[in-house]
Design a protein around this ligand. Sequence first.
Ligand code: PMP
Length: 282
Amino acid sequence: AKILWNNEIINEEEVKIGYEDRGYQFGDGIYEVIKIYNSNVFTAEEHIDRLYASADKIQLVIPYTKDVMHKMIHDLIETNEVENGQIYLQVTRGTSPRQHNFPTPEVESVLTAYTKETSRPLTQLENGVKACFVEDIRWLRCDIKSLNLLGNVLAKQEAISKDCYEAIQHRGEIITEGSSSNVYGIKDGVLYTHPVNNLILNGITRKVILDCCAEVGLEVVEEAFTKEQALAMDEMIMSSTSTEVMPIISIDGQHIGNGKRGEWTVKLQQAFEQKIPSSIGL
Ligand code: PMP
């Protein structure tokens, strides 16, 4: 498969990344993961908008217009003939002799993007997954989709080591989000989720799910809830671009509801599926 490197679509062997790339040395960059369904780029507009918003927040200049970015992504998917899968795209602040402050003189940012065939996690979507609580030790700008993912990496690893699929992070008693997902609880016909602020990533799937809530008649309250409240929810869900509307059936070994995928969750999954582009888009 070909790689998008800056504005060229080339063979993998031709990609050259400097050992002093600031993404490599400092995690100084931003990224997106975008899903491809039946050769359609799902919620492309939202992902590219968020990429440029993340860039702005760290004063990183992407030297392409959004329209050019959309075109380059589309060309890469077409070249690689991706039907169902995802695109990973990152932009770093570029390569220059190591110093913490921004490069002087300025250098161009470095873009890399590649595609991967993946399939939907159908078994987990039906059976649900196990989660565990992990203290949220990340910085205070989790709204930026930054390459600095060490806190998320450690949280996910802790979950995996406990035979769980996801870590539900909390600051003190308050649940923020998963290590690579947003988290929701449903109780008595109301869906609760952490408000969009600096403590969570404003998930694109989160936005789609809130639209689905309106469609299925599930009330939404964007308010944080505690670990204790989480354990008492009728249903719990996590969401991300790759995991969609994923039921959480236990936390730290304690069942949520009856320990099976809940009824509201099924309704949200059905509403979500309706939004998946079915026709070949190319
Ligand atoms: N929060 C974090 C920390 C994430 O890494 C992700 C996945 N990128 C999400 C939430 C979900 O975001 P999205 O629905 O846009 O994939």
